[in-house]
Design a protein around this ligand. Structure first.
Ligand SMILES: C[S@@+](CC[C@H](N)C(=O)[O-])C[C@H]1O[C@@H](n2cnc3c(N)ncnc32)[C@H](O)[C@@H]1O
Length: 427
């Protein structure tokens, strides 16, 4: 693995989850998914784990991914837009599905994925197809990167999301909403988010296959996925509510209110269609298929558009001395090492795209560091990727009290507190 790729993955290990859907689609016998895996050098035999009807963990998990993939693709097609912004694209074959239908395709993802995936697709496409395809490095919390991707579009865009928002902190989700609104207001189009009702589509499949044991088996499946990323590090449960019977539910009203507060309107588009079909039906009993069709009638993809009547309110983020931090400052890391003290000052936005630079400078200086002083007075924003790098630095110290962060402005303080990192950085 190259050094750059290592740094990228270390600041945001969520990139490790990117290949899961591809493998599951290959298992459901999608030729294009198999072809991508082969191009990546993965042997067919290693991918096909075979389908065991009694396997109540892997089999429904495969069905879940195909269900989401098919439902979202269908809704993208029905949206009627000619440009698909696949956010995040991971390694799925959407690029082939939609260019075949004459749509322009813009695949967006973190650097670790784009640097890997775009050459693979380039090697599988001819000159005519290449004219319809773009890949862009995007961190959804970074507006400039999203705008650069959207600027490739030759018209209004359909932004499609599957498998992203579950990994974002509440603050990152808010930032994503603000960015989506700005992009859609400028370009026109819509945002299709298949993630909001994740619990519902998982339950629809697990109930169809496992009946009353659905919840227990779903937990087992989720355990299998954990470890691919470190989202448990932050608190990502602000929309989960416990009912009087102790059952966990998602508060969809609260999520919709968040979107509305960021100037976004929600329309719910059901997964179900009369002619709905999956390749996985080939591995399911008639009874399971009927139950699944029934169960998905109440599951929706959220179609989101800007509210034309929304009035934007700007709030300055004041620093400790009361001055606002300039959001447009370019990213910069300055560091020095003297007598074991690693001093670093950060300017601008620390996110998945910029944070590898800090990690690089820290790793280059690492030997003999006893104290770390971080000045964040000019840091406009920090995403979980940036916090992860701070945590790596913090953990490297023998005496944790020797980690000192200064100049924390109100916005950054709120992010650190809501993500649960205050015990490390704000002592
Ligand atoms: C589970 S994968 C889903 C990918 C693809 N949509 C699919 O269904 O296979 C999660 C993806 O989110 C990407 N991701 C995570 N955080 C991101 C961020 N802040 N900005 C852009 N992409 C991000 C990861 O790199 C990864 O490709």
């Amino acid at each position: 693995m190259s050094k750059e790729r290592n740094l990228n993955i270390e600041v945001n290990p969520i990139s490790n989850t990117a290949i899961t859907t591809l493998i599951m689609l290959a298992n459901a016998r999608y030729e294009s998914a198999v072809a991508i895996l082969e191009q990546m050098g993965v042997e067919k035999e290693k991918v096909f784990r075979g389908v065991d009807p009694k396997d109540m963990v892997n089999r429904p998990s495969d069905i879940v991914r195909e269900l989401r993939y098919v439902a979202l693709n269908r809704t993208i097609e029905e949206s009627g837009f000619n440009v698909l912004m696949d956010l995040p694209c991971g390694y799925t074959p959407k690029v082939f599905d939609f260019t075949k239908k004459g749509m322009q395709y813009i695949g967006c993802d973190l650097p670790a994925v784009i640097n890997d995936f775009s050459p693979i697709i380039a090697s599988m496409t001819d000159d005519e197809q290449k004219k319809m395809i773009d890949f862009q490095v995007v961190d959804v919390t970074n507006y400039e990167s999203m705008k650069a991707a959207a600027d490739r579009a030759k018209g209004p865009v359909c932004i499609a999301t599957e498998g992203l928002t579950v990994y974002l902190t509440p603050e990152e989700t808010r930032q994503l909403c603000v960015n989506i609104r700005r992009i859609l207001s400028e370009k026109g189009g819509c945002w299709l988010n298949a993630d909001v009702e994740t619990l519902e589509y998982y339950m629809a499949v697990f109930k169809a296959v496992a009946g009353d044991r659905a919840m227990e088996l779903l937990r087992a499946a989720r355990k299998g996925f954990s470890g691919q990323s470190d989202t448990d590090l932050h608190k990502n449960h602000e929309n989960v509510v416990k009912s009087s019977t102790g059952k966990m539910n998602v508060d969809y009203g609260k999520i919709e209110a968040l979107y509305r507060s960021r100037g976004l309107l929600v329309e719910k588009v059901p997964y179900y269609r009369e002619d709905f079909t999956l390749q996985s039906f080939g591995f399911m009993s008639d009874e399971e298929i009927e139950k699944l069709k029934e169960n998905i009638k109440h599951v929706n993809i959220w179609k989101i558009t800007p509210d034309p009547d929304f009035k934007e309110e700007y709030t300055d983020t004041a620093d400790e001395s009361g001055k606002a931090v300039d959001q447009e400052l370019p990213f910069e890391v300055k560091s020095s090492l003297h007598d074991g003290v690693f001093r670093v000052s950060i300017q601008g936005r620390m996110d998945t795209i910029t944070a590898p630079e800090l990690l690089k400078q820290f790793q280059e200086a690492q030997n003999g560091i006893t104290d770390i002083h971080v000045d964040v007075s000019k840091m406009a924003y920090v995403s979980s990727a940036g916090l992860r790098v701070f945590l790596i630095m913090y953990k490297s110290l023998k005496d944790k009290d020797k980690f000192v962060m200064t100049g924390v402005n109100a916005a950054v303080r709120e992010i650190i507190e809501t993500t649960g990192f205050e015990e490390f950085f704000l002592r």
